[in-house]
Write a protein that binds this ligand. Sequence first.
Ligand code: ATP
Ligand code: HMH
Length: 264
Amino acid sequence: MSDLPIALTVAGTDPTGGAGVFADLKAMHSRDVYGMAAVTSLTAQNTMGVQDVYNIPADFIDKELNSIFSDEVPHAMKTGMLAETDMMFVIAEYIRKYNIPYVMDPVMIATSGDRLMTPEAMNTLIETLIPLASVVAPNLHEAAAITGMKITEEADIHQALKIIVDDMQAGSVIIKGGHLEGDARDYLYDGQTITTLSAKRIQTNQTHGTGCTFSAVLTAELAKGRTIQQAFKTSKAYITNAIEHSPGIGRGNGPVNHFSYKGE
Ligand SMILES: Nc1ncnc2c1ncn2[C@@H]1O[C@H](COP(=O)(O)OP(=O)(O)OP(=O)(O)O)[C@@H](O)[C@H]1O
Ligand SMILES: Cc1ncc(CO)c(N)n1
């Protein structure tokens, strides 16, 4: 067993490094956590959009995870892009067997609007992965898709939080209000209380991979043994700072700065 906290990301690639596993590894690294990555899909994408996707067969993802878990069990893990149902069944086996904190970022659509999950996979996500998750971290659109609700105001968000934890049996949920008007407000519900964290909305299009980065920091903090409340605070402070200091890479929706946040 290593003393260094270890976090695993199971997600797709973005060759420009702003989203997906490469972004996750940068975020984990900058939080002093050793990052591991199992790839579910290769994408050809950049800051302007997704040009193509190549899904890794589920039995090969099984081999990647077996290589990792048979050698060293990470302290926490996350999933991001899971394009197909079979991938979800494979990953669920490992979460059940090793029972480590699990953050699920239900990636459905890229910032650019491109689909990253088949419609059929949504049901498996709800039935198989949500009940295994310590934290589910949807944005507003994903929360609406998961609950089948129209989410236009705060009361809708509160209802969606409760559906995902009380009915669908997630350990907790963070609905990210990044796509609402006004302040960038996020809502955590752990089955008992709703905690909100707000930041001033930054007027920018440099938000490629914000969701990936946010959930990677959450996972890194859980790998250190922090509580979900503490991890939520760190992730929010980190992502706000990272958007503020975005490096201006690419010609479209550029990535955030994974190295600017220096907080504890
Ligand atoms: N313009 C902004 N200003 C400040 N904070 C923001 C802004 N946009 C997003 N955030 C914050 O970034 C985090 C990620 O939220 P967001 O809703 O963008 O996730 P996402 O849609 O899953 O990301 P992705 O674009 O990677 O799919 C949240 O904490 C959200 O409040
Ligand atoms: C690989 C990958 N995962 C997630 C997202 C969502 O931002 C993306 N654009 N690409």
